[in-house]
Design a protein around this ligand. Structure first.
Ligand SMILES: Nc1ncnc2c1ncn2[C@@H]1O[C@H](COP(=O)(O)OP(=O)(O)OP(=O)(O)O)[C@@H](O)[C@H]1O
Length: 324
């Protein structure tokens, strides 16, 4: 992020070794929160209050993301995706519930912990290319900047910045300023900026939203590299099927809650899942609701190993009434 100021205090960070060694160490390090999930949101609520209205942007959202996952977050406009990302990035505070990322309790963090959290635990890529990079710095200087605030020695940060640009396929951009880069190149440099301090979690809000298909694919490839080669757990908000169809897990959010999700095995068809909340409520995928004409009251049957959900119409073909 480019929102840091020179005056912010930070802890001391030692000499940074070569990129590959650093990331390997990060991946191999003991991760005590991995059992529970690197990102855990439990009954998360965010209410925005203005003079006249109250908007419930998140209405008890549950989400667990494991260490090393690459997850797409999709949902209609206004469903709460950006609100969730703002909370996870440490920019916004939830009204109630629980949010934990890499052992940090986002509701209980003090100012100093929050600053360190935003600097080292999470990286962020915004949709608007202009928001990710400082216009008067070259690509290399932009990538080196977050490391400067983390007190990485000058030579090491230039070396790591160059390596990151190389890994993300934009080494040739290192001495150019943002105005001299295409939108896709700017976003790939933005991924380098966001991963400069080896964050555990990389958050991206519509990073391909302003790009054509080919540039979007390049940016998604950079996010994938950050996930697979740099070891960052990635959560990307997207309307872009190119992104959501290629990740293993796509989580849908509806009215401020996680509703359904698709899990894909490599090269295979996606399987649909839904989240059962703590009192046993679940939301069926719209496609299933429409396909089986489910409306209002539905009939439940306890079957061996599963639960059947049937339209509440005795004459429906294949319904339990017919089978009796
Ligand atoms: N600062 C704010 N003050 C008041 N209401 C807000 C604020 N930020 C978001 N909201 C409201 O909260 C709800 C969720 O907004 P949010 O931006 O998280 O949705 P989104 O899913 O990211 O939408 P989009 O896909 O259009 O970006 C919306 O009704 C929005 O109007």
């Amino acid at each position: 992020m480019t929102e840091m100021s020179e005056g912010d205090e930070v802890g001391e960070v030692g000499e940074v070794s070569e990129l590959a060694g650093l990331e390997a160490r990060a991946r191999a390090s003991v991760r005590p929160v991995a059992d529970e999930g690197l990102v855990v949101c439990d009954n998360l609520v965010r209410v925005y209050r203005t003079d006249e209205v109250e908007v419930q942007a998140l209405q008890g959202l549950d989400l667990v993301i494991g260490d090393g996952e690459c997850v797409a977050l999709v949902g209609a406009s206004g469903s709460g995706k950006s609100t969730l990302l703002s909370i996870l990035s440490g920019l916004d505070l939830p009204t109630a519930g629980r949010a934990k990322v890499a052992g940090h309790d986002l509701l209980a963090m003090g100012r100093r912990e929050r600053l360190g959290y935003r600097r080292r635990t999470v990286g962020f890529v915004w949709q608007q290319t202009g928001r990710n990079l400082l216009p008067y710095l070259t690509a290399l200087e932009n990538v080196a900047l977050p490391m400067k605030y983390a007190r990485v020695p000058h030579r090491s940060r230039r070396e790591r910045a160059a390596e990151l640009l190389d890994v993300l396929g934009v080494a040739y951009c290192r001495d150019r300023r943002p105005a001299e880069l295409s939108g896709g190149e700017q976003q790939r440099v933005a991924v380098a900026v966001a991963t400069a301090n080896s964050p555990r979690v990389l958050l991206a809000d519509e990073p391909t939203g302003e790009l054509d298909t080919a540039s979007g694919a390049d940016v998604f490839a950079a996010l994938r590299r950050a996930n697979e080669e740099l070891g960052a757990t990635v959560l990307v908000v997207t309307h872009d099927p190119l992104v959501s169809d290629q990740v293993r897990r796509t989580v849908r959010i509806r009215d401020g809650r996680t509703s359904t999700e698709t899990l894909r095995e490599q090269g295979g068809e996606g399987a649909e899942f839904t989240v059962l909340d703590r009192v046993g409520r679940l939301q069926l995928p719209t496609e299933y609701v429409e396909r089986y004409g489910l409306r209002g009251r539905v009939r439940l049957t306890a079957e061996p190993g599963h639960v059947g959900v049937w339209p509440d119409a005795p004459e429906s073909p294949g319904s339990p009434e017919r089978e009796r």
